[in-house]
Write a protein that binds this ligand. Sequence first.
Ligand code: RIB
Ligand code: CA
Length: 322
Amino acid sequence: MPTKLILDVDTGTDDAVALMLAALHPDLELVAATTVNGNVPVELCTENTLRVFDAIGVNVPVYEGARRPMVRPDFPVPREAAGGSGIHGEYLDLPPARSAKQRERAVDFLIDAYMSPEGADIVLVPVGPLTNVALAMAVEPRIVERIPRTIIMGGGHEIGNVTPAAEFNIWADPEAAKVVLTSGVRNLTLVPLDATHKALVTLDDCRRLRELGTPAGDAAATVVERRIAGYGATQPMAIPDAAPVHDALCVAALVDPSIITTHPFHADVETNGELTVGRTVIDTHRRRGMEPNADVTLDADGERFVRLLMETFARRPPGSAE
Ligand code: RIB
Ligand code: CA
């Protein structure tokens, strides 16, 4: 039986790879994607998500979610002031979507999914700001006990990306992130930058993805090349001409848990700090005396990760033409 999952995304180049991995891997059944304001405004996240599914020929329902953070009127530094992102652009470099989003909103869908009996088997994988998930937990607190497993891409222990202290998904809606991390949700895995920066995809990998000659191989190469160009010389990685593909590592870990190395720690979020707003405070030395609330990923096996992408993107969806 394939593992069912819902991906909560702010698509985004790395979200795109996560969506394709979830939609195409034979051990997974992607039940739906929900979109949230993040890398780009939520309408663009929705369009980009639909583009990804159309490009690889799969039919997965897409539910649009929150337009702004849960409490704040905007990100701690609004998108316009912070400047554009060369890593994502606005629209993905894929043909415009032919399919359409669902009418139901993401928060209602999440509540309906997890309050239904089927919800007991659906892993929740949020890889954008946690606004939709926190709102769903606020509207229907019973879902906290019903979500069987959650894998979040977010946070950084030794690395920040949007500020020296904070990672984007947590920083973009710190109050929502705090709600979710401290909700008591079961079987929570946190995949921060410390792990995703150990699973880099290179330009040479992109060439090999293209050589697969499949829609997913092509699309993955296109979006990852954009990431590598976006990081450019300003953010050197451990290996040259390479970029992390953060969100896809969460999906990879669901398929093959040995790709990541986790430790049980307590994780919380700073919501007030002048210099540290959005920082994930990961208590690696039990200084707060709190019980661990997450399996925190501090390492990843980059070779296995890339191999999994290659194997999965060599596939075409069942019934599709060569
Ligand atoms: O910091 C990386 C995360 O922020 C990724 O999920 C990326 O897609 C953005 O949402
Ligand atoms: Ca994302």
